[in-house]
Design a binder for this molecule. Sequence first.
Ligand code: MG
Ligand code: ZN
Length: 358
Amino acid sequence: MKTRRLLAFLLIATALFSSSCCSNEEKEASKKAKNVIVLIGDGMGPAQVYSLILTSQEETAFERFPYSGFSITKSASNEITDSAAGGTAIAVGKKTKNNMVGMTPDSIPVPSMLEMFAERGKKTGVVVTCSVTHATPADFIAHNIARGNNEEIALEIANKPILNVLFGGGKKYFTERKDGLDLISKMWDNGWNIYDSLSQIEDNSARTMVLTCRKHMVKAPERGNFLPEATAKAIEMLDNENGFFLMVEGSQIDFACHDNDSITLVEEMKDFNNTLNVVLDFAEKDGNTLVVVTADHETGGLTFVDPQGKYTRTDFKWSTGSHSAIFVPVFSFGPGAEKFSGIMDNTEIISKIMEIAQ
Ligand code: MG
Ligand code: ZN
């Protein structure tokens, strides 16, 4: 009798405990992400994503994301943002004026999510196909009143030990400088390994910068598989027990759209899509990685229409050589990904990420 009573008590206690703790859904929702990977398609509005879906025979990486939403991109100064202010809103969570990098409109530097993760002891990386000093990467790793101050931004990168991996272009801002400094040799002296191709990397644990060209890389497909390969290498180098933060930019989607070049846009989107597949394959296996894909703004005012209005053709139609005001998509995968559904302001992305991340 005593044993039976004890057994009943234990059964009730177990049932009470498990119901007051968490359902599987609650467990999943409260799970923290060890790693965070943010991918930015510069200039990638809804139509740029659709240009890939329209021209692709296979399922795209975008269709692998379980959650999606929209981000409103206006800056502190303009309804239509530039990349500097659009990226600043994502990287530091503050609206700023067009042209400004990582600071408020009154020039106060604000720490970026990359800097906060470095502070928490996570490894950090940035992978781009433009100069590493260009607006989008600079928003995550530097603070400057003007995006055009490439040499100042390079100096800030050289002086701050916040990055473990930096892959892209822009060597001239480190070596052909008005102040005559050779930042590459200075960085070697400070423990960095610096190369001009990914294949030269020997030590995965060293701080490593790969600058493949003087300024921006060539467009897709001429530059080969740099972006997916550099992203895979960065993940391999950054993955560790404390976690990592990685920002990857499809930098030249914007360039193709400024040129209203439909063929190059699709090539740039394929390259970004291959990169997303690399990231999602890792995140699926890892189970502790939050992946967020978004854009700083749309470029080109792109849509798809039949010029005769008869629904029989679907032509690319560009309405500007500049940026537009339309909101941009957000795609998310991994622990906490459901927080990115619905319409959000671009400044809200960082707070959602910091809430989800360990
Ligand atoms: Mg950019
Ligand atoms: Zn642009």
